[in-house]
Design a protein around this ligand. Structure first.
Ligand code: SF4
Ligand code: SF4
Length: 159
């Protein structure tokens, strides 16, 4: 069972794009599951909501980039680089939909990221500020299947 993190203040992450984006994320979250950022219940009859956590793309995606994950994200929070995708932690609403879509199991909740992939939390946060959104699935690189299951791919990450 994963540990539930403490609520964080919207917009409080280093480099956060501020209160306007946080409000937009809050609206998306309310529409998705009725929970405001921070997880407090809005409806008297509703059960308390879990705090939001972000999801993280890890090494398996490098040079695979199948983009199956993109189509299901309700808030378009994937960002695309040359051979890798990241999730913008300021936009992710913790819906979990992308996890099952990834054919190489690259996506983890931030509390479940494997020990040897922890650096990808920072990589996702940093590159999300530099890369542009991707909102539609596109063909994978021609050699994607050759890189499937290959270990130690961080050295191939193109920024
Ligand atoms: S589905 Fe998986 S491999 Fe494909 S882009 Fe998304 S995270 Fe990367
Ligand atoms: S959990 Fe995945 S699909 Fe859901 S908002 Fe976050 S990145 Fe998008």
């Amino acid at each position: 069972m994963r540990t539930i993190p403490q609520p964080r203040t919207p917009g409080a992450r280093p480099g956060s794009r501020g209160p306007a984006r946080s409000r937009a994320r809050g609206v998306a979250l309310l529409e998705f599951n009725g929970c405001p950022p921070g997880g407090a219940s809005t409806a008297a009859a509703a059960a308390p909501c879990d705090p939001i956590m972000t999801y993280v793309v890890t090494e398996s995606c490098i040079r695979c980039k199948y983009t199956d994950c993109v189509d299901v994200c309700p808030v378009d929070c994937f960002r695309e680089g040359p051979n890798f995708l990241v999730i913008d932690p300021d936009e992710c609403i913790d819906c979990t939909l992308c996890v099952a879509e990834c054919p190489v199991e690259a996506i983890f909740a931030e509390d479940d990221v494997p020990a040897d992939q922890q650096q990808f939390k920072q990589i996702n946060a940093e590159l999300a500020k530099l890369w542009k959104p991707i909102i539609e699935r596109k063909p994978a690189p021609p050699d994607a299947d050759e890189w499937r299951g290959v270990a130690d791919k961080l050295k191939y990450l193109e920024r």
